[in-house]
Design a protein around this ligand. Structure first.
Ligand code: ZN
Length: 430
């Protein structure tokens, strides 16, 4: 009798989802869906996308807002609860450290296994592995033998072996940064690229500056047939960025698996003690030191302050890019400006395409379709604005209204939701 009553109740109701997102302007670059829809979430996944009325235990009113796949950051150095919180407020639902990476992939994932606010993942990093093998005294980046001593053949063998171990532990990719390891010979870099080629793993490289730097990376990839991803092309290319984008297009046209990325700011940041700063500025004309900003005080450096802060160590802001070059890199020349759909595609679907051969689970991210992971960013197109500055980097943007990770809200009504950790690891199959 009781069972019959329950059945009747279920027959009389429409499905109830964990959560529904109602009336939003859904923009999905993969399917090109660009229309008002209701979305129902169930068990951390998208269960329905429909024009029909749906009900859920919880409702997000998205009328007047854009509903997009959660943003995916392929170049996220901050990998702490604090930085995951900042990313979530920016609409980022997956943050991956693929350039520096780590030297111990298992330990890196284990440290986060209790869950984080957003999804996370890491590369096995040549810089970090080299620091370990060469016993470098630096903490964040190499400052001694990891940067400046050529490795012996035995050490090169050990570096390659540890990179293979990192891949067997599920690293998302291989990371490298040639200006941070200037003593690494072509032979050492070839060993690295051979591992990438054998395992068909993209190698994410911070190249040496300019056209020559890109030529070097392309020739390493060419010689070994490794998939290559050139990180932050705008800060590596500066005024050469347009011609370097052409070089990458040409390599792709010839069938090479080469991709790139850019960040939409005209300054970068790195460790003042790292080789990439010291090798550039130690012997540069004094007036070039004004390109450097010490973020704690906002002062531009001169020879005296540069030497003083170089002894102390710490992050330094590097003002070498221009707004013009940023615009060229972000639009990638094909359009004079970027449509919203295209911008969303570059921040969601395209990052998954770079990674999905090695990490098939990425095919469930970066898109709004039934069965996909419920990583969703909902924003007010006309109001989105960043507020942070180099002096105040922790100011959150406005206009990012709701951010959902695996079906759970981490940002609601523009504010961080506290005490939630729905983020899961992004990791290659082992
Ligand atoms: Zn870099």
């Amino acid at each position: 009798m009781i069972i019959g009553l329950l059945l009747l109740l279920q027959l009389g109701t429409r499905p109830v989802y964990d959560r529904v997102i109602l009336g939003g302007h859904v923009m999905d670059p993969a399917s090109k869906l660009d229309a008002v829809r209701n979305i129902g979430l169930l068990g951390g996944r998208i269960a329905v996308i429909t024009t029909h009325a749906i009900r859920g235990r919880d409702t997000v009113d998205a009328r007047g807002l854009v509903v997009a796949p959660g943003f995916i950051d392929l170049h996220a150095h901050g990998q702490t609860p604090e930085t995951y919180r900042f990313y979530s407020l920016d609409g980022v639902t997956t943050a991956l450290e693929l350039e520096l990476g780590t030297s111990d992939v298992d330990a890196w994932y284990r440290e986060r296994s209790a869950g984080e606010r957003i999804n996370y993942g890491v590369s096995i990093g040549h810089i970090k592995v080299r620091m370990a093998v060469m016993h470098d005294s630096g903490t964040w980046m190499p400052v001694s033998d990891g940067a400046y001593r050529a490795a012996t053949p035995a050490e090169i063998g050990e570096i390659a072996k540890r990179i293979e171990i990192g891949l067997s532990e599920g690293a998302v990719s291989i990371g490298a940064g040639f200006p941070y390891t200037p003593a690494a010979t072509r032979g050492e870099l070839l060993a690295l690229f051979r591992v990438a080629a054998r395992s068909k793993t993209p190698i994410h490289v911070h190249i040496r500056p300019g056209v020559a730097g890109l030529k070097e990376a392309l020739s390493l990839a060419d010689e070994t047939n490794a998939p290559l991803h050139v990180v932050h092309i705008n800060s590596a290319g500066l005024a050469d960025t347009p011609v370097m984008l052409d070089m990458i297009s040409d390599a792709r046209a010839r069938g090479h698996d080469v991709t790139t990325e850019a960040y939409p700011y005209d300054a970068g940041m790195t460790e003042i003690q790292s080789a990439t700063i010291q090798d550039t500025y130690r012997s540069a004309p004094d007036e070039r030191l004004a390109e450097l900003e010490w973020p704690r005080t906002g002062e531009r450096l001169n020879r005296e302050s540069y030497d003083r802060y170089s002894r102390i160590g710490g992050p330094v802001v590097v003002h070498t890019n221009t707004e013009e070059m940023v615009a060229v890199a972000i639009a990638n020349r094909e359009a004079h400006s970027l449509s919203l759909m295209e911008a969303i595609r570059k921040m969601t679907f395209m990052p998954t395409q770079r990674l999905d051969a090695r990490v098939p689970a990425m095919r469930q991210k970066g898109r709004l379709r039934v069965g996909a992971d419920a990583d969703i960013t909902i924003f007010a197109e006309s109001r989105v604005l960043d507020r942070s500055t180099y002096r105040e980097p922790s100011l959150s943007p406005v206009g990012i209204q709701h951010v959902i990770v695996n079906g759970v809200s981490v940002v609601a009504n523009g504010r961080a939701v506290e005490g939630v950790a729905p983020g899961k690891e992004v990791r290659a199959p082992r």
